[in-house]
Design a protein around this ligand. Structure first.
Ligand code: PGA
Length: 253
């Protein structure tokens, strides 16, 4: 049975003190009140990762993820952080290919594929993001775009490595806009992605792959989105910055 997951992508938010407060609140609220079969992943900015790992110590439900890493393991890449460094402070997951990285930092599928491989080679788990823009959806190219992103970023992985990968479908037009994909739009794309995986790796692998939805997912719409058979949880931006909202989403299955 594939894992249900709710991951919080804090993006470039929260000072050290705010991060401590939010993490402690989430730890407290998750105790005895959440289904322990739902995995929680907190993805704060780099500077807070080590502290976050320390705070969640002994909590088997919550893990820590980074929002990005470089494709190389070390060297002259000023300002960058490697998967090895992340692993050395206890990080378990790494978001790769978020649409903000793709658009603001011009990260393409070739570069992202290298990052995914480095993350896996280091023993960490990638959360690989894909998503179409509004013009791409409106022009009817949405399925081609997602296919290219999934194939380009993931489909030269071995079956074994692919099984360690989480996918997040995040329509760009829904991220931070307050406009969520309808339940039907989310299910349609998740089903499409799962079918691509069936064609490439077979139905056993596809059945084990967690596919998250992201894009203005909140405590009000999560239940309807998560009720779809191919939606296995969410990658949450804005609503992950408020502990009660975030935990309400965790409790939306
Ligand atoms: P949002 O962001 O929930 O604020 O729309 C989601 C994401 O970018 O991961």
């Amino acid at each position: 049975m594939r894992k249900k997951i709710v991951a919080g992508n804090w993006k470039m938010n929260n000072t050290f003190e705010e991060g401590v407060k939010l993490t402690n609140e989430i730890i407290e609220l998750s105790k005895n009140k959440t289904d322990k079969n739902v995995g929680i992943i907190l993805c704060p900015p780099f500077f807070f990762l080590q502290k976050c790992v320390e705070l969640i110590k002994n909590n088997s439900q919550i893990s820590v993820g980074a929002q990005n890493c470089h494709s190389e393991i070390k060297g002259a890449f000023t300002g960058e952080v490697s998967a090895t460094m992340l692993k050395s402070v206890g990080v378990k997951y790494v978001i790769i290919g978020h649409s903000e990285r793709r658009s603001y930092f011009k990260e393409d599928n070739i570069f992202l594929s290298k990052k995914v491989k480095q993350v896996l080679a280091t023993g960490l788990f990638p959360i690989y993001c894909c998503g179409e823009t509004l013009p791409e959806r409106e022009s009817g190219k949405l399925f081609d775009i997602i296919k290219t992103q999934i194939e380009g970023g993931l489909f030269d992985l071995s079956k074994e490595d692919f099984l360690k990968t989480i996918i997040a479908y995040e329509p760009v037009w829904a991220i931070g806009t307050g406009v969520t994909a309808t339940s039907e739009q989310a299910q349609e794309m998740h089903e499409f992605i799962r079918k691509l995986i069936i064609q490439k790796y077979g139905s056993d692998v596809a059945g084990e792959t967690t596919i998250l939805y992201g894009g203005s997912c909140n405590s009000k719409n999560a239940k309807e989105l998560f009720a779809n058979k191919d939606v296995d949880g969410g990658l949450i931006g804005g609503a992950s910055l408020k502990s009660q909202d975030f935990i309400d989403i965790v409790n939306s299955f």
